[in-house]
Design a protein around this ligand. Structure first.
Ligand code: GLV
Ligand code: MN
Ligand code: MN
Ligand code: MN
Length: 421
């Protein structure tokens, strides 16, 4: 029962802005786009190179690198009591095809810099510390995303995840085996899935407007809103556009417009808390002078409260059981994740660390989902957000201020110290 030295101010002072900036620049070069963005799709050559780059950093840090069966990369530092479960931080290093330098990457690199700062400040954790980079958070190449965290936490099976195909028909299993072979060649040992964790903290860019508006450098995330994805198919019948009178028409687009409007109305609230998006809308056969016989569209529905989310989903079911402009409608659930409330025990540790360091860190709820949404089922989990310019992400112009990233990293390091001491 040694009393570890835990001077949070010394730990925060050991966070090195130049080192963090250099790491951000080095990682952004792997898969860099000419427009300043990053294209590092899950398990492509750049993603594999970025993993190997991360493993190189482990050597300098004196950490042990390892990889699991879904390709999650871990960097482990020992604690003074090896019996204890590790305090874990991390995020993802895959990107959108026209992505930015910070979505995911900032969380991994902030974790790396936090570990260095803890070491340099002479802090000895009681719990082991782990940094993790989760595989395929984005889902841009292999959909759905958050594969690494979902498989690690037993939310999805490794077998079904390996069968997902990219647009070229390559399975995720094949891409994973190619990547793992490179990790083997670099002597990175395998580790099991679902290993116990004391806690998980993910730092991420906010991808929204709240912190920037409040002028805060970092925020403590209280939870993640629930998300439900659907496919809607509207079936009519095709016929000649010029000759078919109204009474004989079953125009799938007419039905789709009507049902889409009804669904949107059902998802309206007085408070602007429901998020309802139709992001894909496909009309078939797609000919200027043919009545459409089929329309498919997507729905992304989100709300921070489980009961409200469920209520809207029930309304969606009722609406799509009706006939719209003579057309049949089917509603298929593609995926749903209930809202997650992060435990107070963890968020209060981060509030306390912020208070001790004199950092203003407002509370907020995440509108986007993250790997942390699955980790919340595995161990006490919470997140820190750093503002990004104009709330912009999934875009080559995604931008953060280094000063904010430094404050976020300081609060991360201090929180990890409080949890692991
Ligand atoms: C993923 O980041 C999402 O929230 O859609
Ligand atoms: Mn992300
Ligand atoms: Mn993203
Ligand atoms: Mn995301």
């Amino acid at each position: 029962n040694d009393h570890a030295v835990c001077d949070l101010a010394a730990i925060a002072a050991a966070v090195n802005p130049l080192r963090l900036a250099n790491d951000l620049a080095a990682l952004a070069k792997i898969g860099a786009r000419e427009d300043g963005g990053v294209a590092r799709l899950a398990l492509d050559n750049h993603d594999t190179s970025a993993r190997l780059w991360l493993v190189e950093q482990a050597k300098e840090l004196g950490a042990e690198a390892s990889v699991d069966a879904i390709g999650n990369v871990f960097l482990d530092l020992p604690g003074s009591n090896p019996e204890l479960a590790p305090v874990v931080t991390g995020s993802h290093i895959d990107s959108q095809p026209a992505g930015g330098k910070y979505d995911g990457s900032l969380g991994v690199l902030a974790g790396l810099e936090a570990f260095r700062a803890l070491k340099e400040a002479g802090f000895t954790p009681r719990h082991p510390l782990s940094l993790v980079s989760w595989t395929n958070e984005e889902g841009a190449r292999f959909s759905p995303g958050t594969s690494g965290s979902a498989v690690f936490c037993n939310v999805r099976s490794l077998e079904e995840t390996r069968l997902i195909k990219d647009s070229e028909g390559m399975t995720m299993g094949h891409a994973l085996d190619t990547c793992l072979a490179e990790m083997d060649a670099a002597n990175v040992p395998r580790r099991p899935l679902a290993t116990p964790m004391h806690s998980f903290i993910e730092l991420h860019i906010e991808q929204g407007p709240i912190l920037e508006r409040e002028g805060a450098s970092v925020g403590v995330v209280e939870g993640i809103q629930g998300v439900s994805w659907f496919d809607v198919t509207v079936t009519g019948s095709a016929n000649h556009a010029g000759t078919t009178p109204r009474a004989l028409r079953r125009d799938a687009l007419e039905g789709a417009c009507a049902v889409a409007t009804a669904l949107r109305e059902a998802a309206r609230d007085g408070e602007d808390r429901v998020r309802f998006t139709i992001g894909k809308f496909v009309v078939s056969p797609g000919s200027v002078n043919t009545i459409p016989d089929r329309v498919t569209f997507s729905i992304d529905l989100r709300h921070p409260e489980a009961a409200t989310l469920k209520g809207i989903e029930t309304a969606f079911n009722e609406i799509t059981q009706q006939i719209w402009a003579g057309c049949q409608v089917t509603l298929t659930s593609l995926s749903r994740i209930d809202p997650v409330d992060f435990p107070n025990t963890l968020t209060e540790q981060m509030d306390a660390a912020a208070c001790e360091l004199g950092i203003t860190a407002p509370r907020l709820v995440s509108g986007a989902f993250h790997d942390a949404i699955h980790l919340a089922n595995h161990c006490p989990t919470a997140m820190l957000f750093v503002p990004c310019r104009n709330g912009l992400s999934h875009h080559p112009d995604e931008h953060i201020e280094l000063g904010d990233a430094v404050v976020g990293t300081q609060l991360l390091a201090a929180s990890l110290a409080r949890l692991s001491r």
